[in-house]
Design a protein around this ligand. Structure first.
Ligand SMILES: [Fe+2]
Length: 295
């Protein structure tokens, strides 16, 4: 089999054929997929029947797996999946859809806001890989927005104005947008804001991209309302339909994206029906800007 990648959106997204990712890959195959990621930033694979172990093994071709601790309010004893797997289903440990008032479910609704995975970590994620195990019958598409195209389309004045800005990101900012404002002391410490550049440069291609996320809630040195308006305005710009691809899931689809160049969100779905989606996350290798140590 030979890997082939076909672009399926006017500005990004490649559909990959000629590969079975449940098997060990050759160095050439990994290089072809890395090159595809650098170019298309989102790769779609169909009919990949993976176990969690196979998904983790495939993901490790692209770096080390991110330590998921500190990224959710789910307690260890309530976890459905093993360490290394991010559970982005609507299922509880018992395998049934979570209750409507479940705090864990309400927190997870934040995935329906545009974001970049782990932008709330000092070293944010490189790639995310999402495997569809049970597809919800109603809704639940995942949308991706190309932050490189969004940067390219800004006028030169705006580019110069924002290029060196630094934002603060926290899960409390994104969940605050949904009206979730109450956290324990432990959660507050875990979700302490981190700094990220607003504009990133891809380490291989040199392309610039906006680094937006609903986790971004302030801009260093800027009054809060001014920062929020700027971030909202840029997000509206960056998520125009021409920069967005909507993925309609089929069982055993695997979609892999570069968080350094993309934002994504899940669309609403029937929460009474199961949606079993399992994510692995490849850790980034550097912070985007120096952190300020806590006083
Ligand atoms: Fe996400």
């Amino acid at each position: 089999m030979t890997i082939a990648i076909r672009q399926i959106h006017p500005v990004f997204v490649g559909e990959v054929s000629g590969i079975d990712v449940s098997r060990p890959l050759s160095r050439e195959e990994v290089a072809a997929l890395e090159a595809g990621m650098n170019r298309y930033a989102v790769l779609v694979f169909h009919d990949q029947r993976l176990t969690d172990e196979q998904q983790m093994a495939f993901s490790r071709n692209f770096g080390t797996l991110e330590d998921a601790r500190g990224g959710n309010i789910t307690k260890p004893e309530d976890r459905r999946l093993q360490v290394g797997m991010n559970d982005v289903s609507n299922l509880g440990r018992d395998g049934a859809p979570m209750a409507r008032d479940s705090r864990q479910r309400l927190f997870n609704l934040g995935n329906m806001l545009w974001h970049s995975d782990s932008s709330f970590r000092p070293v944010p994620a490189k790639y995310s890989l999402l495997s569809a195990r049970i597809v919800n019958p109603v809704g639940g598409n995942t949308e991706f927005a190309d932050m490189r195209a969004a940067w390219d389309a800004l006028d030169a004045g705006t580019q110069a104005e924002i290029e060196d800005l630094v934002c603060e990101h926290s899960l409390m900012y994104s969940r605050g947008l949904l009206g979730m404002l109450e956290y324990s002391e432990e959660e507050r410490a875990m979700f302490r804001p981190v700094r990220q550049r607003l504009v990133r440069t891809h380490p291989v291609t040199g392309r610039k991209s906006l680094y937006l996320s609903s986790h971004a809630g302030s801009v260093v040195g800027m009054p809060m309302p001014e920062a929020r308006i700027l971030l909202r305005d840029l997000t509206e710009h960056a998520t125009q339909p021409r920069f967005v691809y909507g993925h309609r899931w089929r069982p055993w689809d695997l979609v892999m994206w570069d968080n350094r160049q993309m934002m994504h969100r899940v669309r609403r779905y029937d929460e009474g029906q199961p949606r079993d989606m399992r994510r692995t996350t490849v850790a980034g290798d550097a912070a985007t800007v120096a952190q300020v140590s806590a006083a």
